[in-house]
Every structure is written in structure tokens, then in C-alpha cells.
Design a protein around this ligand. Structure first.
Ligand SMILES: Nc1ncnc2c1ncn2[C@@H]1O[C@H](COP(=O)(O)OP(=O)(O)O)[C@@H](O)[C@H]1O
Ligand SMILES: [Mg+2]
Length: 379
């Protein structure tokens, strides 16, 4: 890991470890000491805990100069966690976009790894759709469309503008954070993949979150930009409908959002798709546009999905090249053994039964499908 970090590590830190390093063109961050982050978060106290994910816990903190920060603290030192930390810091050091959560700094002591971000006062999209803030219905239609557009623009930057291109691999509602203006910032680059030039797709271990996983990725570990496009389609359906990517029905069976939406989309019953919490307040044209984009993104054949440049222009109101209405979307049925891996998330106060619950997967029965680094080159 040293080599990964050393490429962006500043050469010299002062006694406090306070260094302003210029990463890429204009991103600034600094190294924090453990002592400083411990003090900033009241000793990582429970009252300061913002949430918990696969990587560890996230705490709200305040630095001595008054800056509000979010500190992600690694659960335990393992080679897997260290790799995620290294990937996240490496990737964050390369990106700079209004819709991507930037790096404030990190702390890499002998036995701790912490990452520091700007604190996002409106927390995650997940908390508004299905979590603690859902009851307040702060996401009206306009805000939802702004969140969809901003997230798409952040992804478009990762796929098309930064070199090498970056596949996020964990696009989901808890990784879309909201600033004080409800502008979305895509976060969590621990699973990201840098794509060398000329490589169309890679075969890797499956990581990510069930419900958002593209079928070719869930089954064969085949990863390309269009896996993120698929996840974005699911996210878009979630934003419009207020439903979870996987719902638990009575009797314990699970239903994906595409299985639920498909008959309504096919029959052109778009209004029936809209989150009832919006009480009928939505823009019909934008609704059609959003559902069209989502339906294109969640097609099971990756080559049929639009790329993120196309997604952004479609969301802006450009006409799709293919006719989509009424269209059949092929709803994905995850195989039983994959669904069995689906674990409850304790993030943001939801209990396993009322929560749409998908866990980060790493390997499982699918790790046999491929190993990291096997590349398939364009012919
Ligand atoms: N910068 C931040 N500002 C505010 N809340 C955050 C920030 N980063 C993470 N969180 C909260 O902490 C939770 C846990 O984050 P994370 O460890 O990334 O796990 P996950 O994305 O799987 O939920 C998020 O869902 C979010 O609610
Ligand atoms: Mg996250």
C-alpha cells in the first residue's frame, strides 16, 4: 500500500502533520494526526456517529479551526480494508468535480486508517428516501431531479473526463450525499477501478451492493462503465418512486424495483410510479424523461445501455435515439444464493424489516468467477 499512497503523499509534514498538498490540479488536503481527529469527534463518541458502512464508522467532527468534517474510521486493519483505504485516497486525489465528494485529508498511523471529508449537512439520499429523515419529506420533485442530474454529471466526469477513466462500482443511495443546498455529491471510492486506456472491461471479484448490481457483473464479475450506468438506473427509479431496490414482501420473498416497475412502465402508467409522498406534485415531462432514462439504463445487455454522456443529455431533455415507450425492461432476478447473501444494514436507523437492505458483497460464491486484474482488451 505504501506505494499507492506514496504517489500522492506530500514530502514533508510539520510537527502537527499539517501539510497542504496539491493533488492533481487544484485539490487541497492535508494529513491529520490521530490525536486531532480523536479530539474533533469527542473521542469517536456514539453521539457523533453519522452512520456505519462496510468500511467502518463515520463520525461528525469539528477541527480546531472550526471546520465541520466527516471522519471515516476503518473498522479493523486487514489487507482488504487497507486496500479500500488506499484506493479511496488514490482515487479521491485524482478527482475534482462539484458532484464528487472530495478529500479533506487522511490519517494513516501504524494501526489506524481514517479518511476525512467535508461534512454534508443533509446527509445521504438514503436517509431522505428510506431512513431517519424520510418522514420530513424534504425531497420535493425539483430537488429529486437536481439530485438525479448532479449524480449523473459526477459519474459522467468519472467515466469520460478524468484519465484514466474511473468506474465507481458502488453507486447507491447511501453514497449520494447532500450539501446544504441539496446538491448531490457522489462519495465512497473504496471499490473504484481505474481503467487503463484501451481496456473495454475487466473481470474482477464482485463488490458492491445487491439491488444495484448489473447482472453481468453480479454473475460473472464483468465490470465496465455500464455497470455504473445500470446502478444509476436503479438509483433513478428509487429517486422517482421512493421504493427500495430490493423489497422484502410478506412471506420473506424479495422483489427488485425493476420487477415492480416493469409492468407499469410497459403499460405507460408512469404516474403510478411516482412516490406517493410527493402527493401528485411532479412535472409530467420530466417524469417521462426520467423513467425513459432509467428504463434504458437497467437493460440487461450492457451494450444496449446508454453511456453517461448520453444519460446526461437525455436527462436534460434531448430525445432518445431509440424509441422507448412503451418499452419492456427486462427485470433482473438475482439468483437465490446471491439473494441469500443480502444482509441487513444498520445505517441511518432503519431496522432490517423496514429497510431496503443490501449489503456490500465481496466474493462469496461469486469469487470463483474471476480474479482482480484479468483484463480483456479491445480487439
Ligand atoms: N461526508 C459525510 N457527511 C455526512 N454524512 C456522511 C458523510 N459520509 C458518510 N456519511 C454518513 O455515514 C453513512 C455511512 O457511510 P459509509 O461508511 O460510506 O457506508 P454506506 O455508504 O455503505 O452507508 C452514510 O450512509 C452517510 O449517512
Ligand atoms: Mg458510503
Amino acid at each position: 500500500m505504501g506505494s499507492v499512497l506514496s504517489c500522492i503523499c506530500p514530502e514533508k509534514a510539520d510537527d502537527e502533520g499539517r501539510v497542504n498538498a496539491v493533488v492533481g490540479s487544484n485539490a487541497t488536503w492535508r494529513i491529520f494526526t490521530y490525536k486531532e481527529l480523536h479530539a474533533a469527534t469527542n473521542g469517536f463518541s456514539d453521539e457523533k456517529k453519522l452512520g456505519e458502512g462496510g468500511f467502518g464508522s463515520v463520525y461528525l467532527g469539528k477541527t480546531s479551526d472550526g471546520l465541520q468534517i466527516a471522519v471515516k474510521k476503518l473498522k479493523a486493519m486487514s489487507s482488504k480494508a487497507e486496500m479500500e483505504f488506499a484506493v479511496e485516497v488514490e482515487v479521491l486525489g485524482r478527482v475534482r468535480h462539484k458532484n464528487l465528494l472530495g478529500l479533506r485529508g487522511y490519517c494513516a498511523g501504524t494501526d489506524q486508517r481514517l479518511i476525512v471529508y467535508d461534512y454534508m449537512p443533509n446527509l445521504s439520499l438514503l436517509s431522505h428516501l428510506h431512513g431517519l429523515l424520510a418522514g420530513q419529506v424534504l425531497l420535493d420533485w425539483k430537488r429529486r431531479m437536481k439530485i438525479a442530474m448532479g449524480s449523473a454529471e459526477g459519474l459522467m466526469y468519472l467515466h469520460h473526463e478524468v484519465t484514466p477513466h474511473i468506474i465507481h462500482r458502488d453507486i447507491k443511495a447511501s453514497n449520494v450525499l447532500l450539501d446544504s443546498d441539496f446538491e448531490p455529491l457522489v462519495a465512497d471510492f473504496g471499490f473504484a477501478k481505474l481503467i487503463p486506456e484501451g481496456v473495454s472491461h475487466m473481470t474482477t471479484r464482485v463488490k458492491g451492493t445487491l439491488g444495484y448490481l448489473a447482472p453481468e457483473y453480479a454473475m460473472w464479475g464483468k465490470v465496465s462503465e455500464s455497470c455504473d450506468v445500470y446502478s444509476f438506473g436503479i438509483l433513478l427509479l428509487e429517486i422517482v418512486t421512493g421504493r427500495k431496490p430490493i423489497e422484502k414482501l410478506r412471506g420473506g420473498t424479495k422483489r427488485t424495483i425493476t420487477e415492480w416497475a416493469e409492468p407499469l412502465i410497459t403499460k405507460g402508467r408512469f404516474k403510478d410510479l411516482v412516490d406517493p409522498k410527493l402527493r401528485g406534485n411532479f412535472d409530467e415531462n420530466q417524469l417521462k424523461q426520467a423513467i425513459t432514462v432509467a428504463a434504458l439504463c437497467v437493460q440487461s445487455e450492457p451494450e444496449k445501455r446508454p453511456n453517461m454522456n448520453e444519460v446526461v443529455s437525455l436527462l436534460k431533455g434531448c430525445e432518445p435515439k431509440v424509441k422507448v415507450m412503451p418499452m419492456r425492461i427486462s427485470s433482473i432476478k438475482y439468483r437465490e444464493e446471491l439473494l441469500a447473501l443480502d444482509q441487513p444494514s444498520d445505517d441511518e436507523g432503519g431496522g432490517p424489516d423496514d429497510y431496503g437492505v443490501f449489503s456490500a458483497l465481496d466474493g462469496g460464491p461469486y469469487q470463483n468467477y474471476g480474479d482482480d486484474g484479468r483484463l480483456t482488451r479491445n480487439a
